[in-house]
Write a protein that binds this ligand. Structure first.
Ligand SMILES: [Zn+2]
Length: 232
């Protein structure tokens, strides 16, 4: 923790240093040294809930780019994106996701839709880090990013202390498609993106709202997969 505070300070005064280990970096490395970059752990696995959600007919596939593990290299990156508005970090993670999607047998996608923050959180933070990741996916795959298509219909309390069933209940019907955009969703193949997926309950509700509006194929993707919900 103490080291993290030191790194944060070093990064503030010396922007040409690695976000993770604070060592100096070359001009062609934007925020991560080669050593830390090589330690990011790809998530080459299948989400434990994937088959269940496919069977519900709500998603057609899901994937994450990296493992989230507390104290590991990805954590300061997610933190910088979420709390320091580091758009470039989100875009890098999004480009990585885009490359993964390109390597797979994916349908031709029409839209990338970020999971929205609730209005109250958006007001505090003024930006949604998932928008940055969506921009990165667009850079790789040239799929139009649509923000504002899904709205949170009510505030969902922090999920950290809830078990799986309670989490599902907590986000049930928490999202709705903005009626203004409903026509643009119909029959469109969509990538829905979040920064971190855990139980998948939140992104499932987003995808469910899109399906109700007649969306075509839906892939649920995230920069990171965490076994335990990260407190935000
Ligand atoms: Zn480093």
């Amino acid at each position: 923790m103490f080291q993290a505070i030191i790194n944060e300070f070093v990064n503030f005064v010396l922007p040409n240093s690695c976000l993770v280990c604070a060592c100096p970096i070359d001009a062609n490395e934007s925020f991560l040294c080669r050593n830390c970059s090589s330690k990011l752990e790809p998530y080459n696995d299948v989400h434990p809930w994937q088959e269940e959600f496919k069977a519900l007919g709500i998603i057609d596939n899901s994937l994450s780019a990296y493992w989230f593990r507390a104290g590991k290299e990805l954590q300061p990156l997610l933190h910088a994106m979420k709390y320091r508005k580091m758009r470039s970090v989100g875009r890098m993670l999004g480009r990585d996701l885009g490359r993964l999607i390109a390597e797979m047998d994916a349908p031709p996608f029409d839209l990338v839709i970020p999971v929205p923050l609730h209005k109250a959180k958006f007001r505090d933070r003024t930006y949604n880090q998932s928008d940055f990741i969506a921009d990165g996916i667009n850079e790789t795959l040239r799929i139009k990013v649509m923000t504002g298509a899904i709205k949170r219909t009510r505030f969902t309390p922090s999920q950290t202390k809830l078990d799986k069933a309670a989490r599902k209940e907590n986000v049930s019907d928490a999202f709705a498609v903005n009626p203004k955009h409903a026509g643009e969703i119909k029959r469109k193949n969509i990538v829905v993106v979040d920064d971190v997926i855990t139980t998948g309950a939140t992104i499932l509700e987003c995808c469910s709202a899109l399906k109700k509006s007649g969306a075509g194929k839906i892939w649920a993707v995230s920069a990171a997969y965490a076994e335990l919900k990260i407190d935000d």
